[in-house]
Design a protein around this ligand. Structure first.
Ligand code: NAD
Length: 430
């Protein structure tokens, strides 16, 4: 139960009425508090980040001037282990967004039961405007600035939107230079030649596919006959699309930042992936017709996979969705109103906090391998990933059935219970 003092002390940026991504997260937490029993007295722990760092990131640009960027690292909760979560480079990154993403990491890590808390970071920059040298300098300066709170047993960053294995290599090197010792375990998603894990690149998409198939089976949908629409054809959406196509599904619509394409017979997905690798976008792909971006949302399909950014599936769009199953590859793609509309319309939503947890699961494997300096085969990694995802899905499905709640609320119930149980066992210091 909140004490009057803590209620009075809530600053405006922590308020649920402030409906950015953080406000959406707070509403999600409020929905599960009635299910937490005696642990609900610790619920305020979930409603404020443990630690939020804002850093100035000045770099020399190639033209000789100095530019300043704003960077963030937020550790939402560390009750179950060190902070863990990606780093995003995007011009729209805000503190509220990073706070929400860090909180969703706490939930996700607890949902698949990996021994981490939740964290997230970002820099407010459009990396497309930077040269390779500038990108390296901004990454290294940012890493050095957040170096006071990250570390292999403190908080372990990973790739997210617009960051990749090369950026993780620079982060690992910068942290190691400052420490005077090579610390491969400080980040995950590194190149395989530098302590990275086989299977990491594909892990999030593979997780989306795995739990997507589990959910489809529960609602009597035959994946091999399904039509799939994917928004965002990068690391998550591209791999998920490829795996669904390999399972016999038809990927009929794809949207990315460059536009939307449609092919009712199903795209040649390997060819589309090659096109994206060569041109940076699905735009200009010859194997489909261009449709208006807004028409993506009412394409005839059985499965819809939003795998781009937050807030894409709005209430207006939710009313038009034809799919019976929405698998959230992206973090926070569905607004709360849209969530309610989809539920009322009988559309099953597989929430981000379980659907895209495959990435952090293999990040956990990478971290374990780095600590032991003993590396597993890709087959071992994929088998363990699939087992963890299926077990987590089955447990969440059961909570959903038992308590008659959505899978999002079921995942939050399971995860918040684990986090607050750890909180209670640890007690408060001092
Ligand atoms: P990415 O940079 O590889 O791909 C992002 C995709 O989204 C690209 O195809 C891009 O063109 C598209 N996109 C960007 N803006 C868009 C817009 N306005 N409209 C339509 N499409 C747009 O990023 P990613 O790693 O695939 O991440 C995608 C989402 O998945 C993010 O929400 C991220 O937080 C989440 N996620 C990623 C991982 C991971 O392991 N990479 C893990 C968990 C969650």
């Amino acid at each position: 139960m909140s004490s009057p003092a803590s209620t009075l002390a809530v600053p405006s940026y922590l308020n649920a009425d402030n409906l950015g991504p953080w406000g959406i997260y707070l509403q999600q937490v409020d929905r599960v508090i009635p299910y937490l029993g005696s642990l609900s007295r610790w619920a305020d722990t979930l409603k404020r980040p443990k630690r939020a760092l804002i850093v100035d990131v000045p770099i020399h640009l190639d033209n000789g001037t100095v530019a300043h960027f704003e960077g963030y690292r937020v550790q939402h909760n560390t009750s179950r282990g060190p902070g863990k979560g990606g780093v995003r480079f995007h011009q729209d990154v805000t503190l509220s967004e990073v706070m929400a993403l860090s909180a969703w990491m706490s939930i996700k890590n607890a949902a698949v039961n990996v021994p981490y808390g939740g964290a997230k970071g970002g820099i407010r920059v459009d990396p497309r405007t930077l040269s390779m040298g500038e990108l390296e300098r901004i990454t290294r300066r940012y890493t050095s600035e957040i170096g006071i709170i990250i570390g292999p047993t403190k908080d372990i960053p990973a790739p997210d939107v617009n960051t990749n294995a090369q950026i993780m290599a620079w982060m690992m090197d910068t942290y190691s230079m400052n420490e005077g010792a090579t610390a491969t375990g400080v980040v995950t998603g590194k190149p395989v030649d530098l302590g990275g894990s086989l299977g990491r690149q594909e892990a999030t998409g593979r997780g989306v596919f795995t739990v997507g198939c589990e959910a489809a089976q529960r609602i009597g949908m035959d994946v091999s006959k399904a039509r799939v629409a994917v928004q965002g054809f990068g690391n998550v959406g591209g791999i998920a699309g490829k795996l669904f196509a390999e399972a016999g599904a038809r990927v009929v619509a794809v949207q990315d930042h460059g536009g939307t394409i449609f092919n009712g017979a199903g795209f040649d997905v390997p060819a589309l992936l090659k096109h994206v690798a060569a041109h940076g976008s699905v735009a200009g792909f010859a194997g489909g017709e261009v449709i208006a971006n807004e028409n993506f949302w009412d394409v005839d399909c059985e499965i819809l996979i939003p795998a781009a950014l937050e807030g894409q599936l709005t209430a207006a769009r939710a009313n038009r969705v034809k799919a019976k199953l929405v698998i959230e590859g992206a973090n926070g793609p569905t607004t709360p109103e849209a969530d309610d509309i989809l539920q009322e319309r009988g559309v099953l939503v597989l929430p981000d906090v379980i659907a895209n947890a495959g990435g952090v699961t293999v990040s956990y494997f990478e971290w374990v391998q780095d600590f032991s300096s003993f590396f597993w085969t890709e087959e071992e990694i994929n088998n363990r990933l699939v087992r963890i995802m299926k077990e987590a899905f089955a447990a969440i499905w059961q909570v959903g059935q038992d308590k008659k709640v959505s899978l999002r609320t079921a995942t939050f119930i399971m995860a918040c219970t684990r986090i607050l149980h750890a909180r209670e066992l640890r007690g408060l210091y001092p």
